[in-house]
Design a protein around this ligand. Sequence first.
Ligand code: HEC
Length: 521
Amino acid sequence: MSYLRLDMKKINNHTLGWLLFSTVSLSPSLSAEPLTDAEARGKKVYLTGNSASGKSINVTIGADSITLPGTSLPCIGCHGEDGKGRPEGGIVPTDITYPYLTLAYGHSHDNGRKHRAFSDTSIITAIKRGLDPDGNKLDAAMPRYALSNNDAADLIAYLKRLANDVDPGVTDTTLRIGTLLPIHGPLAEIGLAMKAVLQAYFDEVNAQGGIYHRKIQLEVAEFTGEAESTMHNVRRLFENDPVFAMISPFAGNLEQDILALSESQGIPQIGPYTLFPETSSSKSQSAFYLLPGLANEARAMVDYALDALHLKRIKPMVISPENGNLKQVVEAIEQHSLARGLGAVSKLTYMQQQYPAQTMAVQLQQQDPELIFFFGSHAEFELLLKSAEGLKTKPTIFISAALTDGASSQVFKDKILMSRPAASGNPATANAFFRLIQQHNLSSQHLSTQALAYSAATLLVEGLQRTGRELSRKKLIKNLETLYQVDSGLMPSLSFGPNRHIGSTAVEIIVVPNDAGTSAK
Ligand code: HEC
């Protein structure tokens, strides 16, 4: 049952300092997509309806020739990102990719309109005056744009490019998907276990023909644990030799930097490996998180204290190492406790990996809390139990499975409660995961982490399948946002939407059994 837990506790014991807790500031250098200047200006007109010169483009539309700013009617709105057209409300904006417009034998449209092949000049006439190469009037739904000569030339340059302006990482036969994992050092085992699952899963997808005839190629960049070299590796995947999307990247303390970089390029990230999705998801258009994260777990602890333990107006206390990410978790507890009437929370913090056992014992004696929320590492949790042993009334202690295993303690019998992402019920889908592990002879040392990578990969594949052969990052993101109650069998069912980039916020709380962590006698 516990395979859902993140392996963070294992990580914590070794490397907590740099992994979760330091902040590294980097200024990303971005390389633009390789469009020529004219193409790039034309793309601007196409996407925004704004001239690159800064002047606005006037547009007239409809039988009454209403005039509007171009920004209210960019081409992309009707002809789509790929120029292939989006039928809407009975109106069919036509395919305006250059090869199609210039087909030697011209077009004969469904509405009966026929004309010879477009040339650059006649395309401009269509856009400015609404006439096709044979002088037929285009439907009034196609606006007329008062393009300057420069805008017209730029737009033509871009239309020529449009059909091939596919996102990086996609060819007719391949789809490059990247990940970032530790593959040397103390975290290598976890990284390699994740990599093996991803590879095995994609191998199976490929063996069945791939996704719309494209084979998935997994590209692994190394998370070295050191900022500069890791960011160098990330840039390779984002810029030099780009991937289409990222799958369960393990970004450690570089999470925010990597997110900023992927956001600026619109690279989807599916299932980033993190305990703090809330910090990031609000800033992100393109990252999709699977699990609730520590802040949601913290709120669930507060709810549990009220609703299951019936505690009210008490003296709760949060004990945590000093840390930027955890600050938000502590705030979540404070706010939620106040809002729900649990009581005002007092806070004790300590330097990372320097739990001050004696001072804590004194503080605990003085403050005599009835409830403790604890967010330190596993080793620190054992120290906490020692420093709280002397208290007359034993407080209830909440911990997260992501950080500690929980410890066996006669003194705190039934008083230690643990939060974790709620498990889902569907054994069929979970079986698919376990079959994959078995069939490919994968190690089962890190099942929880492997389950995360696997779930992220199934989510990606589902999103790709919904998107179809005409693939773009934007389309993938849109389609991921339509996923509703997807059941991977390994975690709660996941739902996403335009304003929802955390798949599940369901948390369960369990009483840590008294023999947890002890080996059989
Ligand atoms: C409000 C929706 C809308 C917008 C915005 C729009 N179009 Fe159109 N466009 C149409 C429709 C509908 C047609 C088909 C008209 C018809 O069949 O008579 C069309 C037709 C065309 C044609 C002629 C294709 C053919 O085969 O005859 C071209 C070229 C074209 N659009 C280019 C553009 C460009 C470039 C922009 C942006 C500057 C743009 N359109 C913006 C709706 C739109």
